[in-house]
Design a protein. Structure first.
Length: 351
């Protein structure tokens, strides 16, 4: 048996590093983010170093650049060994300046876009009430999931890369700290979480239909879900539910529950991002935003003749690889590879 490592990496606004889309694709010498200027080669080199250190065969890349030529340039300059690119890629067509991509080692796995007829249940608009006004309106993903099909030694692996709606609210701290404007912040926060929840529900519904057709489907959903385990302030006090739980499935159908790869990680290390939470006044709050979910066929230890299955205990948060790319305190964008630690898992498959 051989192994296949799968990871998810947040590129943290890679598009900042490149020329405008109306110009030929090229790296800019410097870039600006949040009012600070960074050296492009420093930031891009650190991200390339991180991806190389994780050394996954398949990498879900969120916040990828807007053009295929730009991602190809990043791979050429920072993910090439001995003149040969380590990765090929598929780039999604949704997400504006924060595209979704799937990198893969072509000598280990073959990856293609899933046909639109199969991907339609994931990406077509649907009816939802995201404003809490009891009115159903047509809604579509902020960024359509990137649906791909991987051939792993003759075994089909379906891969869905997701980057759900952000919780970010412009000038959020000032709104929250102003009693007169705090209700506006709360309403915006609830609307964002309803959007995240309906996007998660849409993905789960599409996976349920896929499992109805083939209960033995090898399915992996991964990326930045902008939500973590447990309930945050708004989920606990206003919505009374957690978002990522929706994706895992219902305990009333245990045979349909997805496995969470990062459940393998020790609780004190089970986080992928650290942010100051001004709502709860928690500095350096540790959050698991980056997830890898595995369909039952991938977590049943080969039962039912499954030829692709998770290596027990292999789910990881790649803290060591991330920390190796930090310079100083990493607060400046070009002093770190990204503000998210990658998550990974290893599968076994026939060699």
């Amino acid at each position: 048996m051989a192994t296949l490592k799968v990871a998810t990496v947040n590129g943290e606004w890679m598009n900042d590093w490149f020329t405008l889309d109306a110009q030929p694709a090229a790296f800019k010498p410097t870039f600006s983010r949040d009012g600070e200027q960074g050296v492009t080669a420093e930031a891009a080199g650190r991200l390339g170093g991180l991806i190389s250190a994780v050394d996954a065969d398949i990498v879900a890349l969120v916040e990828a650049p807007s053009r295929a030529a730009e991602l190809a340039l990043f791979i050429h300059d920072y993910l090439t060994v001995g003149g040969t690119a380590t990765y090929d890629f598929v780039l999604g067509d949704s997400g504006g300046s924060q595209k979704l991509a799937l990198l893969f080692k072509p000598d280990r796995v073959a990856v293609t876009l899933t046909p639109s007829t199969e991907a339609a249940p994931f990406i077509e608009p649907w009816l939802a009430d995201v404003d809490g006004d009891a009115v159903l309106d047509e809604y579509a993903f902020t960024r359509n999931p990137l649906c791909c099909t991987a051939d792993v030694s003759g075994t089909r692996l379906e891969v869905v890369v997701a980057h759900l709606k952000s919780n970010f609210i412009n000038q959020g701290r000032a709104l929250w700290q102003d009693p007169a404007r705090r209700p506006d912040f709360i309403r915006a926060s609830l609307r964002n979480r309803r959007r995240i929840a309906t996007e998660a529900m849409r993905i789960r519904g599409a996976m349920e239909r896929r499992l109805d057709a083939d209960p033995a489907s090898a399915f992996i959903v991964l990326g930045d879900l902008n939500d973590g385990p447990g309930q945050d302030y708004f989920e606990e006090l206003y919505l009374a539910h957690n978002v990522t739980d929706i994706l895992v499935g219902s305990p009333y159908r245990p045979e349909r529950l997805f496995g969470h790869a990062q459940a393998d990680v020790a609780e004190d290390k089970r986080y992928s991002a650290v942010f100051d939470d001004f709502v709860t006044d928690e500095p350096h709050r540790h959050m698991l935003l980056d997830h890898i979910l595995l369909s039952p066929a991938l977590t049943n230890g080969g039962a039912g003749g499954a030829s692709l299955t998770k290596v027990p205990g292999s789910g990881r948060i790649e803290h060591d690889a991330w920390e190796a790319q930090i310079s100083g305190d990493g607060s400046a964008r070009d002093r770190r590879a990204t503000d998210h630690r990658p998550a990974s898992v290893t599968l076994t498959h026939p060699s």
